[in-house]
Design a protein around this ligand. Structure first.
Ligand code: DQA
Length: 147
């Protein structure tokens, strides 16, 4: 089983950007947590971060036939990107959406998630621990599918 953790714009700045909203743990800490979680479950994982919408679409397309499950935080593209939604639908890979902050308690413009429409679960407001949670839910789902 191989997972892909995709992060959108400015997630590489976590720990530096708005720590009151996104916490003080670094992007590296986020990656380490995901790696550790996957190691514990003996699952392979790849990581991808980009600030560019098309690059995120390209990476999702490349996952076709190679990746079993996706954890995605599309960041600001969450609220605008039909292209990322369509890419997730195109590849049909089971996906979980994660947001570090509690988006539903924030500005009106953050209330819609286009990519979320192609995800079977959304996790918000758990900080970087939300990624661990997302990975565990995804693994459980994929194991169910296998059996
Ligand atoms: C975010 C929430 C988005 O609204 C925002 O644009 C981000 C991060 C989160 O993880 O809480 O960049 O996806």
């Amino acid at each position: 089983m191989k997972l892909l953790v995709i992060n959108g714009p400015n997630i590489n700045m976590v720990g530096i950007r708005e720590p009151g909203i996104y916490g003080s743990e670094s992007y590296q800490a986020l990656l380490d947590l995901c790696q550790k979680t996957c190691d514990e479950h003996q699952v392979l994982v790849e990581f991808y971060q980009s600030n560019h919408e098309g690059a995120l679409v390209d990476r999702i397309q490349e996952a076709y036939g190679k990746i079993d499950g996706i954890v995605i935080n599309p960041a600001a593209y969450t609220h605008t990107s039909i292209a990322i939604l369509d890419a997730l639908k195109a590849v049909g890979i089971p996906a979980v959406e994660v947001h570090i902050s509690k988006v539903e308690s924030r500005e009106a413009f953050r209330q819609i998630s286009y990519p979320g429409l192609a995800c079977f679960k959304t996790i918000t407001g758990e900080g970087i621990q939300g990624y661990k949670h997302a990975i565990e839910i995804l693994i459980e789902k994929l194991k169910e599918k296998e059996s």
